[in-house]
Design a protein around this ligand. Sequence first.
Ligand SMILES: Nc1ncnc2c1ncn2[C@@H]1O[C@H](COP(=O)(O)OP(=O)(O)OP(=O)(O)O)[C@@H](O)[C@H]1O
Length: 854
Amino acid sequence: MASNAQGRKRGATPSRDRFRDGNVPNKRGVDDTDNLEVFCRMTPYSGSHPCLEIIDENTVRSTPPPSLNKRDGGTYQDRVYEFNHVFDESDTQQAVFQTSAIDLVQNLVRGKNSLLFTYGITGSGKTYTMTGKPTEQETGILPRTLDVLFNSIENKVDKCVFYPTGKNSYEIRSRVLANVERFKLAKQGQHNVNKDIEIRFNERARVDGYNDDYLCTVFVSYVEIYNNYAYDLLATEADGRTPKKRDIRQDTAAGQTFVENATEIEVSNADEALETFLKGEEMRRVGDTILNKDSSRSHSVFTIRLVMALYPTSSDLPYPEQDPTKIVVSQLSLVDLAGSERAKRTFNVGDRLAEAGNINKSLMVLRQCIEKLRKNQKHGSLVETVPYRDSKLTMLFKNYFDGSGKIRMIVCVNPKPDDYEENLNVLCFAEESQAVRVAVDSRKLPSPGAGINDANRPPVPRRFFSRWNYEVDTVLKNSDIVQMIKSPLTENFIIDDMYDEGTVEHLKEVYTRRKQENEINQRNMDYALDEFDLLLRNTLCVADFNALRVEELTREKEATERFISTLTAENKQIKREMNSMAIRLREYEIEDDNQVLMEHQLRQGRKKDQEKFRSNVEALKTLQDLCNVQSPSVAALAKNFGGHQDGNEKAAPGRGKVTTTTTRVHTQITMSGQRGRETEPREQKYGNAAKQEEGILANAVPYFNPKYGRRSKSATRVIDHQPANRVPTGTVMQPNMPHGAKRVTQPRTSDLRQASDYILTHQELDRRGNVATSILKYLDPTRRGTTAIHQYGFPVPGSSAVSVWDMYGHLLDRCEQASAIGEETSTDNMSDVFDTPSVKHEPALDQDKFNMRF
Ligand SMILES: Nc1ncnc2c1ncn2[C@@H]1O[C@H](COP(=O)(O)OP(=O)(O)OP(=O)(O)O)[C@@H](O)[C@H]1O
């Protein structure tokens, strides 16, 4: 037995409680009935929202597509279906054959009947499963079945020995008639072999169980049920295009339904059988529908019949006895049902619509038959008549349901959401079908009776030893050697007269002696012949056995070679993958190294930044400390102006947060509050820092142009205006003030009038929050139009400087106004000018001057 037939992983038969209707599960041999077996196959689907999902090798779950409601407005629920086995999308045609069909081939060679049919909605893969395509991966059940059958049967007789009567029976022709028929067949000539067959894949598996005591031959027939009529796909009407219509009859004697006069073609190998199938396929009605471009419009039934007869008991050339009652027929029907389809999905009209109607009707009758069978079996009596006769399809299947063979269904489903509702019907029906119990076909092949029994059976197939027997018996035993040995030895005797008694006596003696010798020789010869006969038969047996063994080993070798070549190919593939993985790995490693390097650099950069940040924070801290104490210049002024300082101090707090930078550090620092508290002398408070600042001031670049400096050397007319809230910056460039310059925090109008030079040290925040210090020199502030302004100090961004000029212009205006009315501008007022720079005023200098900033 083929390993797969016995050892295949068949789905566990559903347990008792798995069936909703409480049917007894499959228990072979207990009650001589068997459950109808159902296998489910899922079509590959790559779209979104598959409506079916495989849970395990026996279970499928259906899930409604999103937002699909029942016609009554209700919602669908998830449902689970259980089958003998479920094939997922990755299961190959080979796997499907091994699991669902190879044991049916074994049934066939053992003389039993089986029916295998595919069921499902249109486009679900029924034809693909049954027939497939010529490649190894896609060869379907039918071609594989034929291969396995011919790999497994022995003792095939020549063609035309058996012949079908057309009434579900066979007869045997005489040798002469068989020869005549063969001659006629040969005269019909060879036709071109179908291309698909030339390139097709051959299944090499075989099953055991063939009874060697039988001679056999194979017949195939192919019919379709179209629009509820049976058509013979192997015979056409006179037009050569329309298949012949046939009737379905019941053979009461054999208990079988059959297609009357269906053409049965005798085939001697799988290729011939397949050729016949393809010939019939050309006749089969297939149409192009929206849902399947090669949609089967009929139910097709391909029947393989194995016709067997016992070996003759005589040692004649192998030829069956001409006794039709000793013929045994087993059959396997492979049925590709047309798919159910909803008209509203296919938009079929005309013939297609009528076909669809008939397809759906026949499938509905099949369903009803199964339901009624189930009901009857449940009640244990004939509660309802099973409507087999309502459709040709069910009429043809009737004998299987009546127990003349095994029934198996492969239900094909496509998980696409559009098929959801139809799939529910299919799955429901398929699951419930499993509850139907069918009587087991318990027929046994009649034993050969007298003759060779298991004890004296040579270890080679019957066809071998039958041939030697015939050859040894009919050829060797009648050979000349035997005759020659048997011939008496002769001697020349001359008898002189009738009274020559001496010679006669001598002759008598010689003959008697020779007769005795001959008898001894004959006995010896017979003995030797028997010995030789035995030796010969044994030698022939051993030779045949060895030949078989060689054949088997050759097959194994070929299989091993194929396996090795597959492994080699896989090996190469794996090597290729490994190489590409190694390349990828190298790339990853390089990338990894780069990343490590980058990470290292980043870490270094971060470290540097942190160090820089730390040093900046320290610098800022120092700066903050400096800012948080009273400006030394303010301190100095406080000394000069006494009580004024407090007033100035009060004017400052409104500024709140000030961001300052002198060494390009952008950090916010708070300057509120502490300024007024500084009372210690600057040197005392800042020590070296203050001294350093002054040193820098002393050595700084002169702030004024010597050209102008020359004119003002003799007079002390310089007003050094340093507002009270100046932030000590410790900047490198510091102006060198002429000796005698009058430093004021709030200039009076009288000071300005008397002054020949006016120098303003102004501070403000630029857009980035840096403290920008500007030193402005203005000559003769009382006379407009003759001014010359120079700016020294730090770069000041353009826009932020406008406010300086605004303020300055404002100051001048105020001075002029004051002088015009003969009043002194109050210091408080002047202080306002500087402390509230929001006062808008046209600057007292032209745009060119303004552009002198850098
Ligand atoms: N398991 C599968 N793997 C790959 N292709 C498949 C599979 N099942 C079906 N197909 C493809 O789906 C298409 C429809 O399949 P098929 O003709 O077998 O459907 P069907 O059920 O016989 O339809 P209909 O009832 O209309 O005849 C075909 O092109 C077939 O090759």
